[in-house]
Design a protein around this ligand. Sequence first.
Ligand SMILES: [Zn+2]
Length: 138
Amino acid sequence: MLRGTRQMLRVRDAKELVAMARSYAKRAGLQVVERAEVLTPRVNHGRWIADCSCGGGVACDPSMTVAVCFACHDDSDSADPVVAIAPVDWSGVDVAGVAMLLGDRPRAVRRNWESPETVADIAQESVNYGVYDAILGR
Ligand SMILES: [Zn+2]
C-alpha cells in the first residue's frame, strides 16, 4: 500500500486538508498563500509526495488535487515561512498501476516512482530486485 495525505496527515479529503492548513497557519501566525505553481506527484519510500519549489517534500494523495507545504519559504533568509497551498497534477499518472506494482515490494524503501517511469519500468525493476523470484521459481 502506498501512503498519501489521508494516511500521513490524518485528513479525509482536500477540504479537511485546507482547513488544517488554515488552522495551523492561524495558530502559528503564518500567512496562507495559494500558489499557482503545479506540483508533480512521485512516490518516495511508499509515500505519495511532491517537491515544492522551496525544496520541501509535501504529502499528496491521488484523491486530492491540492497539497500543502507547511513551512514554505522563498530563498531570502529574512522572510517568514508561509503555509502554501498548491495544485497537484495527477494527469498521466497511472495511480492504480504504480500502487499495485510497488505494493508487491516488501520493503518500503524500495517503493519509489517518478515520472516518466512506466508501470513496465517498475515491473522490470521489481524483477531485477528479485521481488518475483519465488513466483518465478528462482
Ligand atoms: Zn514549499
